[in-house]
Design a protein around this ligand. Structure first.
Ligand code: AMP
Length: 451
């Protein structure tokens, strides 16, 4: 299937061609012609499936035929749960709309409202917004909803999870009744269906990924490891792989702490979470995208919508409480058909979460053996100084070489000590036991749960 058969204009096809996409993704094959009919749409698609282009391309085409937009008004409104996702959608609109004479802007909280008010003064064809800031702008008369002809609700499930339902209802009540509605959600729970009924009328329904399934291209594995050894194991894995990695931490405090620990081990890392200012969040994401840091440690909410091309690896430092978040987390890798690896570090107290995740994805995640040379006792502050440089390190470009190999303070002495120590890693009290780490853990897990 080629993009040429989807009914898109020459200028849009040209923009698509320039992005380097050769074939439309399954969601694009279905959503583009459906949206071009002008009907409402309900699409179940996870982030990473190419859904942004799936709605942006036909939207640009439909808006091309409308009358010029009036001041402080917009023709299409895209609502998203997070600032990062909003910024990324705006980037896509600019990329695919580069040959169109259409204006767009993005508004979200955490930054100065004045430039946003100024941008809205002339009116925009497409307005991408997070709900809270949009309501603030409306209250200040910077935006009027009278000319909205298309409404797009992106990541509707996450909107509900994040408590935006009241804001959404307020916005919906102010929109013109006659409009086209497009609703995207990773999952269609009963709650989402109820919301959809109040928004869409007779929608075309699209479901490209079976509900709650994880993307096929992602190789999922886990390490069973005591909680107190997780930071050391993370450092060990990152030192070995040298891959750009998104690490998930359940808490903001945990994300900060991990980023600090990794930096002390000479693995460049930044943290991204809700307590950081918007500028810090933008910078952390930009540094990560430009390969200036190897690791981005994120909480679930902050990571929502983050789109990094060709992200090779995601590591769950801890498992999420909500199993659906696991699907969202690992969806950061293996995007639009690329392959990726998702690793989870699972401690015995997380058995319940692991079971819930495996039930949801209908799949048993492969348990990996921890390398023999992993030393949990190693002080991660000096891990790098004790480790031989990675074979891949030479392949990096200069800005892509965040870690310096520091000479060991004790010369070669520590290294040989380390080599001896490395062979002796046995999880917890099992030092005299010849079993592998995973079989020991299965025992631990069983005994813990049967108690
Ligand atoms: P999304 O699901 O919209 O967040 O898109 C995920 C990633 O897929 C983004 O990095 C897009 O640039 C990329 N993408 C979108 N459409 C295609 C396509 N047809 N072929 C290859 N990559 C694509």
């Amino acid at each position: 299937m080629s993009f040429n058969t989807l009914g898109l204009s020459e200028t849009l096809l040209l923009a698509v061609q320039e992005t380097g996409y050769t074939h439309p993704t399954p969601i694009q094959v279905k959503s583009i012609p459906a949206i071009l009919t002008g009907k409402d749409l309900m699409a179940a698609a996870q982030t990473g499936t190419g859904k942004t282009a799936g709605f942006t391309l036909p939207l640009l085409q439909l808006l091309g035929g409308k009358s010029p937009v009036r001041s402080n008004r917009c023709h299409a409104l895209v609502l998203t749960p997070t600032r990062e996702l909003a910024a990324q959608i705006q980037e896509s609109i600019q990329t695919y709309g580069k040959n169109e004479a259409l204006r767009s802007t993005v508004v979200f909280g955490g930054v100065n409202i004045n430039p946003q008010m100024k941008a809205l003064r002339r009116g925009v064809d497409i307005l991408v917004a997070t709900p809270g800031r949009l309501l603030d702008l409306h209250q200040q008369n910077a935006i009027k909803f009278t000319d909205v002809e298309v409404l797009i609700l992106d990541e509707a499930d996450r909107m509900l999870d994040m408590g935006f339902i009241r804001d959404i209802r307020k916005i919906l009540a102010m929109l013109p009744r006659k409009r086209q509605n497009l609703m995207f959600s990773a999952t269609f729970s009963n709650e989402i269906r109820t919301l959809a009924k109040t928004i869409c009328s007779n929608p075309i329904e699209i479901d490209v990924a079976p509900r709650n399934s994880t993307v096929q291209a992602i190789s999922q594995k886990l390490y069973k490891v005591p909680k107190e050894h997780k930071a050391a194991l993370l450092t060990h894995l990152l030192s070995k792989s040298n891959e750009q990695t998104l690490v998930f931490s359940r808490t903001k405090h945990g994300a900060n702490k991990l980023a600090k620990q990794l930096n002390r081990a000479n693995i460049t890392a930044s943290a991204i979470h809700g307590n950081k200012s918007q500028n810090q969040r933008t910078k952390a994401l930009a540094d990560f995208k430009q390969n200036k840091v190897q690791v981005l440690v994120a909480t679930d909410i902050a990571a929502r919508g983050i789109d990094i091309d060709l992200l090779a690896q995601v590591i769950n430092f801890d498992l999420p409480h909500v199993p659906e978040d696991y699907v969202h987390r690992i969806g950061r890798t293996g995007r639009a058909g690329a392959s990726g690896v998702a690793i989870s570090l699972v401690s015995p107290d997380e058995t319940k979460q692991l079971r819930a995740i495996e039930r949801l994805i209908k799949f048993t995640i492969t348990v990996e053996e921890i390398d023999n040379d992993f030393d949990p006792g190693i002080n991660i502050k000096t891990q790098e100084s004790r480790q031989a440089p990675s074979v891949n390190a030479d392949k990096r470009t200069s800005h892509n070489k965040p870690r310096r190999h520091k000479p060991s303070p004790s010369g070669g002495k520590n290294k040989s000590k380390q080599a001896n120590k490395a062979k002796s890693y046995k999880p917890k009290e099992t030092a005299n036991n010849a079993k592998t780490s995973s079989s020991i853990w299965s025992q631990d897990f069983t005994s813990k749960t049967s108690r």
